[in-house]
Design a protein around this ligand. Structure first.
Ligand code: NAD
Length: 155
């Protein structure tokens, strides 16, 4: 985790408005790190208890140094939390999908959460947007065909 934030006007990485969809272990850490890098972050989860907890400065998971940085960027207004996909679509220029990709019983990666997130975001998009997906492949995923996530309107 970076120890100091980039200047928002850094020419090599200008500050952006980004969203992080899914604030599990990967998503919450990613959201806080994006804020630490100087970006404005709106982080979303369908689990409203996680949204409320993180929005109040209590990380719903343990990661060293995470909670102080979470509180720092909440206080600075650089990091906010929501369960509202419309708000996320309007806010973000770049959407990071950090939802879960569990293994199904047959060992293939279950992309149900990725599709659900893309499908929830897409109707609210009015311009072309990019949506990188964080995914780890597990045993049995290699060689299987994963359907592309739902195409998003305009992007
Ligand atoms: N945890 C790790 O160490 C690790 C490492 C590398 C890669 N990854 C990959 O990163 C991704 C996320 O992993 P994780 O461990 O953070 O998962 P997680 O299961 O801890 O978190 C997923 C979050 O997504 C939320 N969610 C589910 N459906 C949603 C939806 N439709 N819209 C918005 N939010 C939704 C859940 O409520 C949960 O908070 C996975 O693809 C995983 O394979 C994880």
């Amino acid at each position: 985790m970076p120890s100091h934030g980039r200047e928002p006007d850094d020419e090599t990485c200008p500050a952006m408005r980004v969203t992080v969809l899914g604030i599990g272990h990967v998503g919450l850490v990613h959201a806080v790190c994006m804020a630490e890098f100087g970006h404005s972050v709106l982080a979303l989860d369908v689990d409203t208890s996680k949204v409320a907890s993180a929005g109040n400065g209590r990380a719903p998971l343990y990661e060293p140094r995470l909670e102080p940085l979470l509180r720092k960027h909440l206080a600075a207004g650089r990091l906010r939390f929501t369960a509202d996909y419309r708000a996320a679509a309007r806010f973000g220029k770049l959407h990071f999908l950090c939802v879960g990709t569990p293994l199904s019983a047959n060992g293939h990666v279950d992309l149900g959460q990725v599709r659900a997130a893309a499908d929830a975001l897409a109707p609210h998009l009015t311009e072309s947007r990019c949506g990188p997906v964080y995914r780890a492949t597990g045993h049995g995923a290699r060689g299987s065909r994963a359907d592309p996530p739902a195409r998003t309107r305009g992007g």
